[in-house]
Ligand binder design. Structure first.
Ligand SMILES: Cc1ncc(COP(=O)(O)O)c(C=O)c1O
Length: 371
């Protein structure tokens, strides 16, 4: 008789595992990887130096509350470090928030093309995910409010959102907060906040400072180029920070991560140069891609969502395959409900030009840029 092993809680096996962007192709030749919204410039040399220096104390546990990092973030943004909780990437914090506030019978809302980790975090707690329709691939506050039920406990909004790149102006975020019931936690995931240059945008700091039921999450994985070290942080109302601190792992951020994160923050000229590059190349790429008849969703982040024509032999799947032939990797987004699109991270100038030329060949059908 086959032994009966342990059974996961109901709901866990209904979760479709998160599939990260492709990062390698068969063969030894280098690839151009524009599939995971990483900075093309890597981390600041100061962060790398701090990381190496931290190798001298690998046998020691790190500060359990990532205090040096919380203090550095607090000093940089003018926030109370006691209200900051750090995590192994913001993914961990999103999951911890679900663990604290959701259970079977509860509902949590996210926007239809919202970051996939929300659905996984919600279902992982046995709660019910509720996808609110979007308008023009942008979170729709009225649709979110219409999705609220007496069971709603939490709303996740990525602002800007991945994979669409669209954002909600601060007025809309405030309206959402004001209209949600007070006992519903609003989580503003601002993983791409540093890239946004819009006068009507606010990452969430102001709202968290002034409301007892809003959390903002941030990451060092994108602009600061430390994705592999796994560093995220949440700015929280004191009661939320207290709850998160009760259930997180006692040493959930490693010593090298803390050291590198602190050092990365001191090098703002490195970070600003990367923002500047993104600003210039996001604009240039959007314009050039429109010129080869690809529809591009306006993006506030460090990536673009490209829409391929349906039924023309120039589908997103065909484009992906074609690009792989040229050793270029973009991100398929079918699991986000966007089968006709690919997401492209803004890379170095050389990478951007290579991607553009390959896409032009694909759209032109004969290797020549389409006119
Ligand atoms: C919207 C959004 N939130 C959170 C994350 C998670 O980032 P990390 O766990 O590396 O901090 C990502 C990464 O792709 C993202 O796109």
């Amino acid at each position: 008789m086959a032994a009966r092993g342990p059974r996961p809680r109901p709901g866990v096996l209904d979760i479709a595992p998160y599939v990260p962007g492709t990062s390698a192709l068969p063969g030894a030749h280098p690839v151009i990887k524009l599939s995971s919204n990483e900075t093309p410039f890597g981390p600041s040399p100061r962060a790398i130096e701090a990381y190496h220096a931290a190798s001298a104390s690998l046998s020691r546990y790190p500060d359990g509350s990532a205090r040096p990092l919380r203090e550095a973030i607090g000093a940089f943004y003018g926030l109370d470090p006691a209200r900051i909780v750090c995590g192994a990437g913001s993914d961990e914090l999103l999951n911890l928030l679900a663990a604290v506030y959701l259970g079977p019978g509860d509902e949590a809302i996210y926007s239809a093309h919202g970051f996939l980790v929300y659905k996984i975090a919600i279902m992982g707690r046995g709660a019910t995910p509720v996808a609110a329709p979007e308008t023009n691939l942008t979170a729709d506050v009225d649709a979110i409010l219409a999705s609220v039920s007496p069971r709603t406990r939490l709303v996740f909004i990525a602002n800007p959102n991945n994979p669409t790149g669209t954002y909600l102006p601060f007025d809309e975020v405030k309206r959402l907060r004001q209209s949600l019931p007070d006992d519903v936690l609003l989580v503003l995931d601002a993983a791409y906040a540093e890239y946004v240059r819009k006068n009507d945008y606010e990452s969430g700091i102001e709202l968290v400072a002034t409301s007892p039921n809003t959390v903002m999450t941030r990451t060092f994985s994108k602009l600061y180029g430390l994705a592999s070290l796994r560093i995220g942080w949440a700015y929280c109302p004191p009661s939320v920070a207290d709850a998160l601190n009760r259930i997180r792992g006692p040493f959930n951020v490693s010593g090298p991560a803390i050291a590198a994160g602190v050092a990365a923050l001191t090098d703002q000229s490195w970070a600003q140069a990367a923002v500047e590059h993104n600003e210039v190349w996001r604009g240039r790429m959007a314009e050039a891609l429109a010129g080869i008849e690809l529809k591009v969703t306006p993006s506030a982040a460090n990536f673009l969502l490209l829409h391929f024509p349906k039924g023309s032999g120039r589908s997103a799947v065909a484009a992906d395959k074609f690009l792989h032939g040229r050793r270029i990797i973009l991100r398929r987004v079918e699991e986000y409900g966007l089968p006709d699109a690919l997401r492209m991270t803004i890379g170095t100038e050389e990478e951007n030009r290579a991607a553009l030329s390959a896409l032009a060949s694909f759209m032109g059908g004969n290797g020549a840029p389409h006119r």
